[in-house]
Write a new protein. Sequence first.
Length: 325
Amino acid sequence: MSKPEEMCTGNACFAKVEIFTDEKTAIMQKGCITDIPGGQKGCQYASNNEALHCFCEENECNTRQKMNNYMTNRLPTVECCACSERHGEHCPTESCLRKCRGNYCVVDFDGIEQGCGLGFPRLQSFLRMDNYLDYQGSLICARYEATPGTVMNGCTCTQPSGSCNELNKTRNFQVKKVIERRLDDQNYCYSLNHKSSKPFGQEVFKKSTTCEGQFCFISYTTSEIVLESADFKHDYSEHSEFIGTTRPRYEILAGCLKVDDDEKISVGCTTEYLKNTSDPLSKHCICDSHLCNFHHLISGREDTRPRATKKQQVCFWRLKHLIHN
């Protein structure tokens, strides 16, 4: 039986394993979560074989024994195009330079990257999809931006016919179904990326700008996993034993989000924590109104910003339509 100080109470439990192959070390983190990403209980790789995420909904269920030694659930495999222009390759638009196999295919349009991933894509967690497997065999495309240097613009797909991440096929879908969708029905969102070794409050939003999307998001993390040598050595290559630990690292990402189908988004917040929700390891929220992605979503406090008057709302609406027309 676990000690009370080692327990938390929540809607679900999680266990996450980060594997550091070169150091022959694995770090385990356990706690509570408000909802299970993608609605999938059990264990699965989180895009690669160095990260394993497990979720369950029973008392003290996130142990090795109850999680079947953290064995991953079986998923279908698909054949994908593989190419990287960031690494000097030229990726063809209507065929594959080479191929790989994984549980899903991925394409990134900004850096022109094609490849395959293991387990569940991180994109489905970011979108807070209710049930990822409902979309097995389909294309899931999105674009989100926190700052000009923090942009994700791409798709994941699982069509069993293979090569579903060909550039032409996915790029046309991305432009029509994501970038150009709901152009007259966008929300202004705060755009911000701030990091610190100490906690911070809503004052950091003084540095924010704005961007537009069908939805707004805000993500907050309070710690990072690091490896430390078990004993001191001058040369890193001489280290043979490592200890995994966490250290405070506070980061906030706020921005705008576009997706190919509103049904693939679940508005609300997902919180991971060790003790209680007011002291989270991480919190990720999606909302769907103007400038909704403010600090109050991650702090859990009341939104103290002054409300716009009817006259200000009308002026804002007219200005928005003048910009787009």
